[in-house]
Write a protein that binds this ligand. Sequence first.
Ligand code: SF4
Length: 411
Amino acid sequence: MSQTQSELIRLQSVNALKITMDNYFQGLKQAAETRNRKIAWCTSVGPAELLYSMGFEVYFPENHGAMLGAGKNADKYIPTAVAHGYSPDICSYLTSDIGAFLQNETPLQKSGFSSVPRPDILVFNTNQCREVEDWFSFYGRHFKVPVIGIHTPLCISDLNPEIIKSVSDQYHRLIPELEKVTGKKFDIDRFRETVGLSHDGCVLWKQVLQKAQNLPSPINFFDAAIHMGPIVVMRGTQPAVDYYKILLAELEERIENKISAVPVEKFRIYWEGMPLWYKLSNMAKLFAKLDTCIVASTYCNSWVFDDLDPADPFTSSALAYCKLFIVRSDSVKENVLEQMFKDFTINGIIYHESKTCARNSNNRFGMQNRMFKRTGVPFLEINGDLNDPRCYSEEQSIIAIETFIHQLSGR
Ligand code: SF4
């Protein structure tokens, strides 16, 4: 069967995705209502495995931030956080999330929550940015509960044993604090099992993303940004592993049947930077119309922690969470990008300079020019933001994107 569709075909796995995510939120809701299980808040690339292994329900404020963005509500909430002293120039996940909290609103209310689930403890890792510690501290003060975390060095070139040991030691130091909250002893076997499940989920997620190496690709960035939900919030659980088996099988079937993510794939683009959550579907349609598939991204690849190893759960966790793209120096990042361009047969790269996320805007220190010199892959820079639509000019960006793709066709 060959593809003759004129529109984007929705992945069927979206139904299983919905069930998987609904079950996750129901678990949180039940714990929030009955308080029969402790609730930990965790950063998106924080020590989720440790928390799940100790029996916490785990809630991720960044996921909530993305929900606010995708629901096109962030600009309604950001001014409230600004009025409370948070700059409009810092992370708009943070400002929209805190603003929504101060307004006593959450998209979770549609799923029956009265508010975001009250934390018993908040646990961060600064591997992604400093904002996460400040963000969690706001809630720690509000709820009068402990805020603990891991401080990871940034811009790592040489991922040496001293760095790994320092982070691994910090993992160990979290345990007594977490035990105080759960009232139960840490169980190394349970931790090994959770790290093993996280590894398996991450490997499956990597295989999902690698399917986009196929010409044409069966999946694009906009699909991946939706289907990454379980690897972000359920890393270390069996349902995440089960879900990615379903998605992977569907992509294999699509390849077999020559079903592509966009109706006609003439150009293959790499997306560097955060998604614009409030424009996800508009962008998906725009690129499809331009016969262009965004086949790979730094963002979606950020949840591939395939160094996790149940045989050595602490050291391998430290390694996996320090090896992450966002934690590395520009020279390491440039090597990663060059390899990605080759593996995914990339024709062009789009850098999204996200106004409120410096750490996910890699074109601020000349990387775009260095990469062009090194690979000859043309690039486009667009200005916008992950959540705050006031930082994005759609009209200007559409013209720039159309012109860029038109130039690619002339090459
Ligand atoms: S990495 Fe960027 S988007 Fe994520 S929490 Fe930090 S500042 Fe916000």
